[in-house]
Design a protein around this ligand. Structure first.
Ligand code: ADP
Ligand code: MG
Length: 293
């Protein structure tokens, strides 16, 4: 079944996102005193193509969230360059929507107001805001929940609201950091299918982080496989499973792909033991970046 994967870049397609020799280093306190550099990401080179669904998979701590945070412009890179449409990114902007693992909804706003949040910042008039939030709430099947508050929703519903909110201001790129990790298996599979449906409809470029191999395979056009110590991309694999993929989870092809990606993950795993352990001493940088939002 080797025809189901290969390592070639896509032949056609405009490059949307470029990581060029990207490096992220944190200054940390060492266990026995003094300071040292902790290399979170090293030598990250990756192109993401316009309209592509790319998943990033790797073990916990390998730097997946850091890659997304860099791409979102929440934290600065220490070396190299990250470009969107050929321009170096400078902080967060409305061309990128972010869906996080934790349900990052505003608890004091109802569902509709949460979805309209970015639109209010963009100063879009109320009537238009209503129409847009109505459209996306319908897309994620939450029209009748528009007046509810986050604490009145299930986990799956909260993530649907977060997705509607990210889509509402029509970003070109959707960044998703383990958005379904906290959900039960059934809800998770339902939301994966819904997400693929939305992606096909909206043609967004999606960068989706997960540590679950089956999720990475099910969703992706390509999978960037990461390893830790320092965090790096070891392989970028094309997933040639036909779409739509509903019903393919039990297939022999799917099982084989899962196995294959598992092998890629294992082969990239030689951890360098001399890496200092990260001790977070200064999160001011992150907090500053978030405040700038
Ligand atoms: P993943 O999302 O793959 O689980 P992260 O990107 O969250 O990994 O983290 C990668 C590594 O970077 C971890 O070892 C983590 O401890 C370290 N790290 C993240 N943020 C900081 C920080 N502000 N200071 C020091 N180390 C950090
Ligand atoms: Mg993470």
């Amino acid at each position: 079944m080797d025809h189901l994967t290969d390592l070639k870049p896509p032949v056609a397609g405009k490059i949307k996102i470029e990581f060029k020799d990207v490096r992220k280093v944190y200054r940390i306190k060492k266990e026995h005193g003094g300071c040292g550099d902790f290399v979170v990401l090293d030598n990250i080179n990756l192109n993401v193509y316009d309209g592509e669904f790319l998943t990033l998979v790797g073990p916990s701590g390998c730097g997946k969230s850091t890659i997304l945070d860099l791409l979102a412009g929440l934290i600065p890179n220490s070396g190299g360059a990250i470009l969107i449409d050929g321009r170096v990114i400078e902080g967060p902007a409305m061309d990128r929507g972010f869906v996080m693992q934790a349900y990052a909804l505003f608890p004091w706003l109802n569902v509709r107001a949460n979805v309209e949040f970015g639109l209010s910042i963009k100063k879009i008039p109320k009537k238009e805001r209503r129409a847009i939030s109505g459209h996306y709430l319908e897309m994620v099947g939450l029209t009748s929940f528009a007046n509810r508050y986050p604490h009145e929703l299930s986990g799956g519903m909260k993530q649907r609201v977060a997705i509607a909110r990210a889509l509402a201001f029509d970003p070109q790129v959707l960044l998703m950091d383990e958005p379904f990790a906290a959900l039960d298996a059934q809800t998770r599979e339902t939301l994966q299918d819904e997400l693929l449906g939305l992606w096909e409809k909206t043609q967004k470029t999606v960068v989706f982080v997960t540590h679950a191999i089956d999720e990475a395979v099910y969703l992706a056009d390509r999978i960037a496989v990461m390893a830790a110590g320092p965090g790096r991309i070891t392989d970028v694999v094309n997933i040639k499973l036909s779409r739509p993929r509903q019903g393919s989870r039990g297939s022999a092809e799917f099982g084989w792909l899962r196995h294959k990606i598992g092998q890629y993950l294992k082969s990239g795993k030689e951890i360098q033991e001399d890496q200092p352990r990260a001790v977070i001493t200064d999160v001011a940088e992150v907090i500053d970046a978030q405040a700038a939002l």
